[in-house]
Ligand binder design. Structure first.
Ligand code: ZN
Length: 442
């Protein structure tokens, strides 16, 4: 009978709470506060959307960046390989230049030798001219004497002869010449000697000219080698400049890729900054909501709903407490701080297990908190008592909904700030977190 009355009463309560939820809420929370909560939740959702948008934008930038980076690094390795080839060619050119310089040195030395020999030849020519002049002088003297003899007839050898002025027959002339020749004998010897000198000088000149020819041949050989080296060098230079132009093309492509990467990184950084900003705003909003909810719980302290006490949120035989309420080292940050709830698990695995309401009450939060409770539910049990169930994989109730003790409100999971699947079970009295095991136990 009492069960029936209770169920009727509960039905009545449910109807009352659903029909006049805003009025019922008003009894806990002023309509102004309710509006504020609704507004905050809306803002929070909008921020969540923006955060998601920016996260997916960052993902997109990352996806766009990866192939560009691969391309840029491929280009860089091609540029390096070309540089190695260019360096080899540059070394070859340097070696050719060194060889050319060696040949040019030899040509310079040959030119010096040629100049020396040419100076000798000039000297010989001067000497030859001198000797020729001497010979000319001897002839001139001879002719002069001959003419004197002929004109004056003063020479003793001609005493027998007729005077030059008088007509003379040819035999007289011949005799005269013979005499003159006899007197010229010594001149002839001198001339012969001089001619021999000229011959010697000419021979020397010929030798010197031969030497010059030989040196010119050597010089020609050196020049031919330089020409050959120039041809090789030109070919290598052509190869090198072709490689260099390839390289500069690749360099331009690489720079373009880098600027693309930089632009994507800039966009990604901007999105990351926005996410940070939005998350801060969202955390602030969550704090504000939490404060409002705590004040709501405090205001509803005079409502009595839980006659049957509290039950543990995981109703399984293999349930256990994995981390108790109290100060501990945070399993993620390592910071020593208050663990405001009791963590509970099932040894057969916690993921997907039913999470039940610890007592009757009204769902005041059924939401997601990133970096915190994940998917969580908070139930107001009246008397200033609120229970909270964190890190669920999914939620089974809506805010404003009345729940009975043992109703499945969520399914356990590992969302939010966690290292693994568990239920974070909190009991708050007048907004203060207290040890849940004072109220119930697994
Ligand atoms: Zn916990």
């Amino acid at each position: 009978m009492s069960k029936r009355i209770l169920s009727l009463a509960l039905t009545f309560l449910l109807v009352l709470s659903s029909v006049a939820f805003s009025i019922a809420s008003a009894s806990n929370l002023s309509s102004e506060d309710q509006e504020k909560v609704d507004e905050l939740k809306e803002k929070k959702e909008a921020l969540g959307k923006l955060i998601e948008e920016n996260r997916s934008a960052i993902e997109t930038y990352k996806e766009q960046k990866a192939p560009v980076e691969a391309y840029a690094s491929e280009l860089a390795s091609q540029i390096d390989s070309l540089q190695q080839q260019i360096d080899v060619l540059q070394e070859e050119i340097a070696a050719l230049e060194a060889q050319k310089a060696e040949h040019e040195k030899q040509i310079a030395s040959l030119n010096q030798e040629i100049a020396g020999v040419e100076a000798d030849i000039t000297q010989n020519e001067i000497e030859t001219q001198d000797v020729k002049a001497e010979i000319d002088e001897v002839y001139r003297q001879f002719k002069k004497r001959l003419c004197e003899v002929y004109v004056n007839g003063s020479a003793s050898d001609l005493e027998l002869l007729l005077d030059c002025d008088q007509d003379s027959d040819f035999s007289t002339y011949l005799i005269m010449v013979e005499i003159s020749q006899r007197r010229a004998k010594s001149d002839e010897q001198i001339v012969e000697q001089l001619n021999q000198d000229i011959a010697k000088i000419n021979e020397l000149t010929a030798q010197l000219n031969a030497m010059i020819a030989e040196l010119e041949v050597k010089k020609g050989e050196q020049q031919a080698q330089i020409e050959a080296l120039n041809v090789s060098e030109m070919n290598i230079e052509a190869d090198k400049s072709s490689l260099e132009s390839n390289q500069s093309e690749l360099q331009a492509l690489k720079e373009e890729a880098f600027s693309q990467i930089a632009s994507l990184e800039k966009k990604s950084d901007a999105s990351a900054q926005l996410i940070e900003q939005y998350e801060e705003e969202r955390a602030q909003i969550e704090k504000e909501i939490d404060t409002l909810i705590n004040s709501r719980a405090a205001k509803s302290a005079n409502v009595t709903v839980n006659p049957g006490g509290f039950i543990w949120p995981l109703q399984y035989s293999d349930v256990y407490i994995s981390s108790s309420f109290g100060y501990r080292y945070d399993p993620i940050s390592g910071v020593y701080k208050l663990h405001g709830g009791t963590d509970t698990c099932c040894s057969s695995g916690t993921m997907g297990k039913e999470v039940v309401a610890a007592a009757d009450g009204t769902v005041i939060i059924s939401s997601y908190m990133s970096g915190g409770y994940g998917y969580y539910v908070a139930i107001d049990h009246g008397n200033g008592i609120v229970t909270l169930y964190g890190h669920n994989s999914s939620l089974n109730v809506s805010e404003g909904e009345h729940v009975n003790q043992g109703d499945v409100i969520a399914y356990a999971g590992a969302t939010g700030y966690v290292t693994g699947a568990h239920v974070h079970f909190e009991v708050r009295v007048n907004g203060e977190k207290v040890d849940a095991t004072n109220y119930c136990s697994p």
